[in-house]
Design a protein around this ligand. Sequence first.
Ligand SMILES: [Zn+2]
Length: 444
Amino acid sequence: MNSARPEQVDLLVQARWIVPVVPRGEVLREHALAVRGGRIAGLAPAAEAAAVWQADEVLDLENHVLIPGLINSHGHSPMSLLRGVADDLPLQQWLEEHIWPLENRLIGPEFVRSGAKLAMAEMIRGGTTGFADMYFFPDVVAECVIDAGMRAQLCGPILDFPSIWADGPEEYLDKARELCERFREHPRIHIAYGPHAPYTVSDAQLRAAAEQAEVLGAPVHIHVHETAAEVEDAVRENGRRPLARLEELGLIGPRFQCVHATQLVDEEIAMLAAAGASVIHCPESNMKLASGACRVADLLDAGVNVALGADGAASNNDLDMIGEMRSAALLGKLVANDAAALPAPAVLEMATINGARALGIDRDTGSLETGKYADLAAVDLGRLNTSPLYDVCSHLVYAAQSSQVSHAWCAGRPLLADGRLLTLDEGAILESAAHWRKQVRSEA
Ligand SMILES: [Zn+2]
């Protein structure tokens, strides 16, 4: 190829700042990012871009920072329809007296479809292009994700007892394997095994899930050590802490996604580090349910990959990853008793590249590097609450609001442009949410 001739690309995004996340802390000023075939073709100073690339479309974002699309590494998207239905309760009472009875009456493919669309629309508006989801009917969520153009890791739910999704232990496993096989080659859908929690799944079922996941190379995503009561009950009933039990059953390895982990002793942090496992930190859900606080600074110091999740909107109550970054930073400092803990660039990593690593998709997304998918978000920093600007990462984590996200792309496809959703019908989603509100209220 003649190097003097500009290379043809689909899209060139010129932004005042680009934060590629890898390498850490780098802020590029007046740069352009080129997209070809859904992937990042390269980055270059804006002044040189015209000599390098000839683009079908050029977008100039003069007050914006371009970042990797945010990754919400844990949630239950259909539960957005239960947002605010039962607040101010501890985890077990919230689940057993409110959420589970409501779900038993309402869940079906239509509930899941409506809730997933509501969740995805909210996430895209906040710059999130990838998410991990754990819920019944992941096949229905997958259809919604494909249509909306997002990227997702969907769990095949694993329980022992019958539910609307499966009649018993075998069927949960069979359905998870079928999902893995069905989406094996899909560029944007990834399947994980999702045992709900150590206290809802038996040893035999956990072991079987671990074995199947290993054979298929699939991740295991599970709520673990969410509260002190969970750990105390387990010690009383099983004679050991849940993480020790999961380790004995063969679940803990590089594809293990340990969600919550608010109760960790030093040995458990060392064990997770040695295993190459990831912790998915959900600060707002943990605070709202008064579940406890994850030792994020200690985990990061030990070399554990820590990603960030909003959890379901029934316990958060929003899916705003910019807000979640701020909560993670502030709570992380408080827990560590150290203002230097969890600096802004480290927290941005948790919401981007660390999420991609946790989900096993970091070769394809999580940072703005040539060859990765163009999963991008643009944030308008020319607003009162982000002025003046001395440090872009500081504003993204400590001052920005999700309403400042103007554009988002997943694999080069625009999902949000000038604050307008392009792949989801916001009016229809709001109408559907109002319809489900009536159903929930009449059941509550
Ligand atoms: Zn959860």
